[in-house]
Design a protein around this ligand. Structure first.
Ligand code: AMP
Ligand code: MN
Ligand code: MN
Ligand code: MN
Length: 282
């Protein structure tokens, strides 16, 4: 068997249960086709795809880790915390996530109104038509509708023009507290991992506070290998993982075959000096 580091582990991906475009069973089959050795489904704020995914993975003999990606607000920014190895039946986690999800429709209505105010009518209904799960209506669904109605060329352009802070379709939202998200994940028997750390725009002080607080509240890992990290960012977050004694994770953050930065499993390997978080799952 390949060494732990060489294992093709992809521990971050989305299905139609959140803002991915492949249903859980199709996603699991694609993971196997892409020669992934260990795979986690990590839908945003939702566990609804896990049962089907566990089943599909068992049927084709793919090693599977039940996961989730929890939306958190920290220092006025959105931070994503991935939970790996969680029990999908955990009441504490389920209740916590239900609470996190509860504001999504309201935010979506406000986004629809904000876009209407700049002359883009019908965005909410448009976005809802792209949502596999209306409780998980997301900016990504608005983005897909805006692309397919010709407002932008691709999803990335929609975000930078309309859907990020300071742009006309952006509606600020308060998600879970960091300590709560970590605690739900741990109570559900899982480990908490900071997702795509290169995406956040914190000052050095804020970033240090996030990492320390995450560590103190029982956080375990950080994604070092993720599809939107440059080679420099991989080095930077590897160093941080060593400094904070975090285990390291690897994930594509796959959403869709055409839209995503990376195909399932196509992310760089972890630097040798790090402890892969998946030592717990093999
Ligand atoms: P939401 O949870 O509704 O705020 O949506 C967040 C999702 O939007 C993320 O999980 C990504 O899938 C997507 N997203 C965020 N920023 C960008 C971006 N700059 N380009 C493309 N997709 C993005
Ligand atoms: Mn997403
Ligand atoms: Mn994310
Ligand atoms: Mn994600």
């Amino acid at each position: 068997m390949a060494s732990l580091h060489d294992l093709n582990a992809d521990l971050h991906a989305h299905s139609t249960v959140s803002d991915g475009t492949l249903d859980p069973a199709t996603l699991v089959r694609r993971a196997a086709e892409k020669r992934i050795d260990l795979f986690a489904l990590t839908d945003h704020d939702e566990l609804g795809g896990l049962e089907v995914a566990i089943d599909a993975a068992a049927r084709i003999g793919l090693r599977f880790v039940p996961g989730v990606e929890v939306s958190v607000t920290y220092a006025e920014q959105t931070v994503h915390i991935v939970g790996l190895g969680i029990d999908p039946a955990s009441e504490v986690l389920r209740n916590g996530l239900a609470d996190v999800r509860s504001g999504r429709m309201r935010r979506a209505q406000e986004m629809g109104a904000a876009l209407a105010a700049i002359g883009i009518e019908g965005a909410l209904d448009g976005a809802l038509a792209y949502a596999g799960n209306v409780n998980l209506i997301s900016r990504t669904h608005f983005a897909r509708w805006l692309v397919n109605t010709g407002h932008c060329d691709d999803v990335r352009e929609v975000f930078s023009k309309y859907l990020v802070a300071g742009k006309p379709g952006y509606v600020p939202h308060r998600w879970a507290r960091l300590a709560d998200a970590v605690s739900w994940i741990k109570t559900a028997g899982g480990v908490a991992v900071i997702a795509h750390p290169g995406r956040y725009r914190f000052s050095e002080t804020e970033a240090w506070a996030l990492l320390s607080e995450f560590k103190e509240t029982g956080g375990t890992g950080i994604e070092v290998a993720t599809s939107n990290h440059t080679a420099d960012q991989v080095k930077r977050f590897a160093k941080i993982a060593r400094e904070f004694d975090f285990e390291a994770s690897r994930g594509s953050d796959f959403h869709d075959p055409a839209e995503s930065h990376a195909e399932l499993g196509r992310v760089c390997h972890l630097p040798d000096s790090l402890v892969p978080v998946w030592h717990r799952f093999v």
